[in-house]
Design a protein around this ligand. Structure first.
Ligand code: UTP
Length: 484
């Protein structure tokens, strides 16, 4: 055994996980090196405490007692729909200034395993455009390219990947020549992983004789990854102050929204640290986290409570107008300052907690050396969630947006939040944008667009951009498939 391997063995022994080297004698030299490297990258010293909390004691989420709905900036800024009026134009100008000064970077989290979609390959490569079948990555890249052109300054783009999809993701960008972006403006950051732990014994599982069973450490791991990879330092070198954060699975997201960025950076009730967008929940049971206020209406903090943690009674509460009280659904769109990310990562007071999930994890049986495919969930996985950082901000604002305008997620193979529903929503949004211009869009008797539509980000980033184009058709034919 090399000195490094001996060191690893000693560290494993001290935390009762030395079985990870059980098959050492059967491994090739390359497999041994790979295993040692993999183990060295794990947060070994923290494992006993984490296993005790999340595996042995099964520590879950504790609901704060004084939960109130979080206030938000309503989508209608005029005050006509009952909410407070606010100066949309002023905040848009503030956001546009940030963009023109090169103070904004895009950040997509694409390190997830996308297991529900069941697609071979990173989810960002999934053909998603309603007509063109453009990949999610291409849809975002074209938005980022068009934004850079609009404001005269390229927007750097940071892409969070995991060790499991890093090579495939980078390969996809290379193959597509970075979709027209400059290679030096696209950065890939690899997030950390956490080992899967046997639920009954508290032992870390081996996926193969020479490989620990691991999974990405959650989108909350993005904060650590941004700092440790040097991405934050790179951003600072470019003059960036804020990131526009979004998930890889939503083709309708506005990767960069000046109004939101302006609110985040300059609204009096925002500390400019971490802000969020929300959509009104469609029903009490909709599976999205909800923005709440904890610690009292005045001086309290904004927080997201996961749908599974929000008691049914609260989820069903309605106000005097019959609207859900806890209505603000999280769609994982945030604006975050670099200063805030560094504080959360570097100050132990602000450490993001883990969440436990009990899953089926295939592993090697130590006694027989055979691979086991469990029939029942057998292992605990630990993940951090990015929204747990929100209450660490001094003052965090929430902006309401329109569901069709900004939320068309591709999560599942079929049914809700699948490619079928996403393409319908992409078409519906395009139909609305075109209708605003006076274009005749055919609809079925159910009111659905009777066509398939896609508006390229290179044509328009927002509905109002369409007005600059003189070649938009006056009418769409029934059943047509049109890219504009
Ligand atoms: P999801 O919660 O939808 O998870 O991630 P997932 O892994 O993509 O899909 P399933 O649950 O296995 O089907 C929401 C977003 O967070 C990113 C995903 O890539 C997606 O954009 N994510 C998730 C990460 O970047 N890293 C992670 O460790 C987990």
């Amino acid at each position: 055994m090399s000195a490094t391997a001996q060191g690893v063995e000693q560290r494993l022994r001290s935390i009762g996980q030395e079985h990870l080297l059980h098959f050492w004698d059967e491994l090739s030299e390359a497999e041994r090196e790979g295993l040692v490297r993999q183990i060295e990258d794990l947060p070994l010293e923290r494992m006993p405490e984490l296993i005790d909390r999340y595996v042995k004691r099964g520590e879950g989420f504790e609901l704060p007692k004084d939960l109130e709905p979080a206030p938000y900036y309503p989508h209608d800024h005029t005050g006509r729909t009952g909410g407070p009026a606010w100066d949309r134009a002023e905040y848009k100008r503030a956001g546009e200034r940030l963009l023109a000064e090169g103070k904004v970077a895009c950040f997509v989290v694409a390190g997830g395993q996308g297991s529900r979609l069941g697609y071979e390959g990173p989810k960002g490569c999934y053909p998603t455009g309603a007509v063109s079948g453009k990949s999610l990555f291409q849809i975002f890249a074209e938005q980022i390219l068009a934004t850079g052109r609009k404001y005269g300054t390229p927007v750097p783009w940071y892409v969070l990947v995991s060790p499991l999809n890093h090579a495939a993701t980078v390969g996809f960008f290379r193959e597509h020549r970075y979709f027209g972006l400059h290679e030096q403006d696209v950065m890939f950051i690899t997030q950390g992983v956490m080992p899967a732990v046997d639920k009954a014994t508290g032992k870390i599982l081996l996926a193969e004789k020479g490989e620990v069973a691991t999974a990405p450490d959650g989108h909350g791991g993005s904060f650590d990854a941004l700092v440790k990879s040097g991405a934050v330092a790179d951003m600072r070198g470019r003059g960036v102050e804020h990131i526009s954060y979004f998930q890889v699975d939503n083709p309708n997201v506005h990767c960069v929204d000046p109004v939101f960025l302006g609110l985040h950076a300059t609204a009096p009730d925002s500390s400019g640290e971490m802000s969020s967008k929300m959509i009104p929940k469609a029903s009490p049971a909709e599976k999205v986290g909800v923005f709440c206020r904890v610690g009292g209406a005045a001086g309290g903090k904004t927080a997201v409570i996961e749908y599974s943690d929000l008691p049914e009674e609260l989820a069903n509460q309605r106000d005097e107008h019959g609207h859900l009280r806890f209505i603000a659904g999280s769609i994982a769109i945030h604006a975050i300052s670099l200063e805030f990310i560094e504080r959360v990562v570097n100050d132990p007071k602000f450490r993001l907690p883990f969440h436990r999930a009990v899953k089926k994890v295939a592993h090697v049986d130590l006694r027989t050396g055979e691979k086991v495919e469990p029939a029942e969930p057998n292992a605990v996985k630990m993940e951090k969630f990015v929204f747990d950082a929100i209450p660490m901000a001094e003052r965090s604002i929430v902006l309401e947006t329109d569901r069709v305008e900004e939320f068309a997620p591709v999560k599942n193979r079929e049914g809700p939040d699948s490619i079928v529903t996403s393409r319908q929503l992409q078409t519906e949004r395009a139909a609305r944008w075109l209708a605003q211009l006076g274009v005749d869009v055919p609809r079925t008797s159910d009111g659905e667009p009777d066509c398939v539509l896609e508006i390229s980000p290179l044509t328009a980033l927002f509905a109002e951009d369409l007005a600059q184009h003189t070649d938009i058709p006056k009418a769409i034919a029934r059943g047509a498939r049109v890219v504009i």
